[in-house]
Design a protein around this ligand. Structure first.
Ligand code: B1M
Length: 213
């Protein structure tokens, strides 16, 4: 798709006006905006991550490109929200958080949005949230599912810590847990005893619906 490659380029070039222009163009053409976000702009994000990894991109450049990605994400989510039909009946309450020590919240924001669109009540605690706060908030909001996002191999250990805390406090049966984020795998979820794992924001809806059954 030509639009996808232009979207990817806009993120790699950290060109915000070009990126926002593309969104307007896609909207006019009734293009699937979520698809554009995940496969177009998302591919750009992937690319900047790889360039950063190889040392081709400096940290300030990474931050700048991430700002453009964030702005693009917000614009698309706003448009999708505005387009939203009647909210579907409530499917359950999901608490979402990026774990302690981790500021990556772009993916979690997209997951929150697709879950809301699918009819879940989503409480988004933001990023760098310690496990005890996650548990406290889950109880306060009577959440069905606790979903955590981790983007660093170091911070994914917080997901394990949450499972341990739930066992220690006797709350393991009160909440279903779900994990996600780039370094997570189904194997990781199984290993730590999480209830579910999903690869991306669309699969997150499918998994959350299954977990609620
Ligand atoms: Co950082 N970063 N970063 N970063 N960053 C990564 C993750 C990295 C892989 C880049 C790299 O080196 N190749 C690397 C991690 C290496 C590792 O641990 N293995 C890395 C690093 C090292 C760092 C710093 C340490 C850099 C530094 O300071 N030296 C630092 C850490 C700060 C911290 O957290 N304490 C850092 C900082 C940053 C920025 C602030 C510049 C920025 C974040 C901005 C923000 O989020 N507000 C940033 C970014 C943008 C990235 C990359 C390039 C992109 C992440 C992203 O937004 N992806 C990333 C490289 C990469 O992933 N390719 C990288 C797009 C998003 C849509 O995808 O987040 O995967 P993703 O979410 C997906 C799925 O994973 C899934 O659905 C989402 C949508 O489809 N999903 C879930 C996510 N959560 C889910 C939860 C669910 C279910 C599904 O259920 C609950």
């Amino acid at each position: 798709q030509e639009l996808f490659s232009r979207a990817k380029e806009a993120i790699v070039d950290a060109d915000e006006s070009k990126a926002l222009g593309l969104i307007a163009e896609a909207k006019n053409e009734n293009f699937d905006l979520l698809e554009l976000l995940l496969s177009g702009f998302g591919a750009g994000n992937q690319e900047i991550g790889e360039r950063f990894d190889k040392g081709i991109l400096s940290l300030p450049e990474l931050i700048y490109a991430a700002e453009v990605m964030k702005s693009v994400t917000n614009r698309i989510l706003e448009l999708l929200k505005a387009e939203g039909e009647n909210p579907p009946t409530k499917k359950g309450t999901i608490l979402l958080a990026t774990v302690a020590g981790d500021v990556h919240d772009i993916g979690k924001g997209i997951v929150a949005s697709t879950l809301r669109t699918a009819g879940f009540d989503v409480i988004d605690l933001g990023c760098e949230v310690p496990v005890d706060v996650i548990l406290e908030e889950a109880k306060k909001h009577n959440a069905d599912i606790i979903g955590t996002s981790a983007l660093l191999t170091s911070t994914m250990l917080e997901q394990k810590k949450l499972e341990k805390l739930l066992t220690e406090t006797g709350d393991k049966d009160s909440f279903i847990t779900m994990v996600g984020g780039a370094p997570c795998t189904p194997r990781w979820a199984k290993k730590i005893g999480a209830g579910g794992y999903s690869e991306d924001a669309l699969e997150a809806v499918k998994v959350a619906l299954e977990l609620m059954e």
